[in-house]
Design a protein around this ligand. Structure first.
Ligand SMILES: Nc1ncnc2c1ncn2[C@@H]1O[C@H](COP(=O)(O)OP(=O)(O)OP(=O)(O)O)[C@@H](O)[C@H]1O
Ligand SMILES: [Mg+2]
Length: 256
């Protein structure tokens, strides 16, 4: 990555899902340490973008490029993308029956630590860190010993995603509606975690429909995805305009 190159640089990205083209031409740049909010109507392709960056096999890249810290992200396996410092949360975190949450997280964390040149954490040290992070996120400690998301409530799953984020400390975190289903304390925990990680240099692309969260995060920019493209880029005021006028009118205003 050169000094002038953004941490994440997506150019003219075109993605098909099934037999449909969802992203037509998405271009965006996330500078190192920045926080961008991505908005867009239901079905506009926000999750598609996140899961494409993560390397989910359902999303077929048919054009364009995505570079993370100067590396060709699209050429890497999903696990290599994570080792390169990318974290993408699930809008609907899946269950992984039979795989214990703490072992899953320690394995992921030690793979990322190895890539960063850091020594692996043994079970004892990991558990100390995981317990402390879980307490900050209001996730009962018993959740660490259960299979990943197995029987977790909606809000507990979201907190479990946040726990992974807190432990992995990525270079870039894409958070997909991580606030949905969270209670007020959970939303406060999101803001605190994001602020704490930003202070350590993590950059964010945050997908959210929730105006209060967006305001609390004080984004550097707000993007609106529409018709498979970034239709508008603005400041926090853009989120306010969307909250007032809705996505349909926001699109009409731009076309007028
Ligand atoms: N397998 C598939 N075949 C066809 N279309 C699909 C498939 N999977 C997803 N889509 C469509 O892709 C579009 C984009 O979905 P996506 O989940 O990215 O939207 P989103 O912006 O995240 O919406 P939301 O705000 O509701 O989370 C939707 O219209 C969805 O129905
Ligand atoms: Mg979505």
């Amino acid at each position: 990555m050169t000094a002038s190159e953004p941490l994440l640089h997506v150019r003219d990205l075109r993605v098909d899902v099934g037999d449909r083209n969802i992203l037509k031409s998405v271009s965006l740049a996330v500078p190192a340490g920045a926080l961008l909010v991505l908005m867009g109507a239901n079905g506009s392709g926000k999750s598609t973008l996140g899961l494409t960056l993560a390397g989910h096999p359902r999303y077929r890249v048919v054009g364009g490029s995505a570079r993370l810290a100067g590396q060709d992200l699209l050429a890497l396996s999903p696990e290599a993308r994570a080792r390169a410092g990318l974290f993408v949360s699930f809008q609907a975190p899946p269950e992984i029956p039979g795989v214990k949450n703490n072992l899953f997280m320690r394995t992921a964390l030690n793979a990322v630590r190895e890539a960063r040149g850091e020594p692996p954490l043994d079970a004892f040290d990991f558990l100390g860190d995981a317990r402390a992070a879980a307490a900050r996120l209001g996730l009962p400690e018993a959740m660490l010993a259960r299979p990943v998301n197995d029987g977790f409530s909606g809000g507990e799953r979201k907190r479990n995603e946040l726990l992974q984020l807190a432990l992995l400390r990525p270079r870039l975190a894409v958070l997909d509606e991580v606030d949905s289903g969270l209670d007020v304390d959970g939303v406060r925990a999101v803001v605190q975690l994001v602020q704490g990680l930003r202070a350590q240099g993590t950059a964010f692309l945050v997908v959210s429909h929730y105006q209060q969260l967006i305001e609390a995060l004080a984004p550097d920019a707000v993007l609106r995805l529409d018709q498979g493209c970034i239709a508008e880029t603005g400041s926090l005021a853009l989120a306010g305009d969307i909250a007032r006028t809705g996505f349909v009118r926001a699109a009409q205003v731009l076309e007028a």
